[in-house]
Write a protein that binds this ligand. Structure first.
Ligand code: ZN
Ligand code: FE
Length: 258
């Protein structure tokens, strides 16, 4: 089984899984890179998995369904181009011989879902859309900080070797912010060096893995004293033992950060 990120727009990845015959794609915001890859690889599109309703994730769905007859799966509580198999927490998707569990991860959007495959070529696999990025998290367009914290906690509890397939290449700018939050985090500094080398060679920094994210991603580290302290330095109202307030402050700080 092959896993590859198809670059789209300026910084999106459309993740593709294929076995040499059939393929799945996740969040095809544009049909063109997917149609090109299907042709190049000589594979048929079996299923389309959608994490949330934003145009850069669903823009190619109708054209791909029409061109390939693929079945479209997506969040039950969002407006996605029909026909759609509607999914929520506890539902499963079987495609390409793989078994995906659906996790509700509200925050970036109200009905955002993630897809988790516990058994994929020796390590688990997560498609988390715009909820979790390497070194960061999605903006809170529709959800509350409490919802986002609950969503990130659920993802952070997945096995450490879970490959984390995010929908955007935001890693370097996220790591710049993460270093402002935790300037003394050695793992973060080491990872930054690795990612800078990858991007200098025009390579994706993704997938990441969950053990690494737990060590370097400030949005998964809201209960670490150093992170809570930095959040309080940004916003004096924040109580350091209030992880929701810490997350809210970090998100606000990141929104303003350049
Ligand atoms: Zn989005
Ligand atoms: Fe997006």
């Amino acid at each position: 089984m092959n896993l590859l990120p198809l670059p789209a727009f300026t910084d999106n990845y459309i993740w593709m899984l294929h076995d040499g015959h059939q393929a799945i794609v996740v969040d095809p915001g544009d049909c063109a890179p997917v149609l090109q890859a299907l042709k190049r690889l000589g594979v048929q599109l079996q299923a389309i998995l959608v994490t949330h309703h934003h145009a850069d994730h669903v823009g190619g769905v109708d054209a791909l369904r029409e061109a390939t007859g693929a079945v479209v799966y997506g969040p039950a509580r969002e407006r996605i181009p029909e026909p759609l198999v509607r999914l929520a927490q506890g539902d499963t998707v079987d495609a390409l011989g793989l078994h995906f569990a659906v996790i509700d991860v509200p925050g970036h959007t109200a009905g955002h879902i993630a897809y988790y495959c516990a058994a994929f070529d020796g390590a688990p696999l997560l498609f988390c859309g715009d909820t979790l990025f390497s070194g960061g998290c999605g903006r809170l367009f529709e959800g509350t900080p409490a919802q986002m914290l609950g969503s990130l906690d659920q993802l952070a509890a997945l096995p450490g070797d879970t490959r984390v397939c995010c929908a955007h290449e935001y890693t370097l700018s996220n790591l710049k912010f993460a270093r402002a939050v935790e300037p003394g985090n050695a793992a973060l500094l080491h990872y930054t060096t690795q990612c800078e080398a990858l991007r200098a060679g025009h390579q994706p920094t993704l997938p990441s893995n969950m053990a690494l994210e737990r060590d370097i991603n400030p949005f998964l580290r809201t209960r670490q004293p150093g992170v809570a302290h930095a959040a309080q330095a940004f916003d004096a109202q924040v109580h350091q033992d209030d992880a929701v307030a810490v997350l809210a402050a970090l998100r606000q700080w990141k929104n303003e950060f350049r």
